[in-house]
Design a protein around this ligand. Structure first.
Ligand code: FES
Length: 203
């Protein structure tokens, strides 16, 4: 019967016995680091793609803001030449970028206003939403007032105050801040809570 020669006990064999577990440790550590890198890099890439619309929105607002638009929340709504001095109010949509959770919807109608021109450069803006419950009011040229189709509130065409004392609306139409710059009308578009006697901005 053959017998495999057994290594001689001594310092060399002791060294080999210690070196074997050490090699296992380094192999496992290298595998752990490699696995972590391979897992984390795609994760960060996914998070970056996930947040991309918001990053783009921030970049655009920081990098391309000019004039009152963007800087103070004013949005360009119309050219002043489109309004006659002392003429009837005109309805305009307000266009802005809109975000919904993580999505960016560029250049969408976010609301509407009536613009009235007073004098050479004076313009007044009223949110079209009725302060009673938020329906959109219509301008009635024959009565020279704004009329709400939902519960019949009416508002003065001149200054937006409640025209008919029987109107259920607790306040007049919500007037908005306006700037006229280089022939363009900018409106600081805001919405206010319905059903209150004072203007309370929506959160
Ligand atoms: S919503 Fe306008 S009167 Fe009620």
């Amino acid at each position: 019967m053959d017998h495999q020669p057994q290594p001689e006990p001594g310092p060399v064999q002791d060294f080999l016995n210690v070196e074997e577990p050490r090699r296992d440790f380094f192999t496992q550590a290298a595998a752990l680091v490699t696995g972590t890198v391979l897992g984390v890099v795609p994760l960060f890439a996914g998070v970056a793609v996930f947040l991309d619309p918001l990053r783009k929105r921030t970049r655009r607002k920081d990098g391309e803001s000019t004039g009152p638009e963007m800087e103070e929340g004013f949005l360009k709504v119309a050219a002043i030449d489109g309004l006659l001095q002392g003429g009837a109010p005109r309805r305009y949509e307000v266009i802005d970028d809109r975000t919904d959770a993580w999505n960016l919807f560029p250049k969408e109608a976010v609301g509407a206003v009536y613009l009235v021109r007073e004098g050479e450069a004076g313009v007044r803006a009223f949110n079209v939403k009725c302060p009673h419950a938020g329906c959109s009011v219509d301008y009635k040229p024959e009565a020279a007032c704004y009329q709400c189709p939902c519960h019949d509130s009416s508002f003065s065409a001149k200054d937006g105050t409640v025209a008919n004392p029987n109107s259920p609306s607790p306040r007049g139409l919500d007037e908005l801040d306006v700037k006229v710059v280089d022939g363009a009308i900018y409106v600081k578009y805001q919405e206010f809570q319905p059903g209150t006697s004072h203007k309370v901005p929506e959160a």
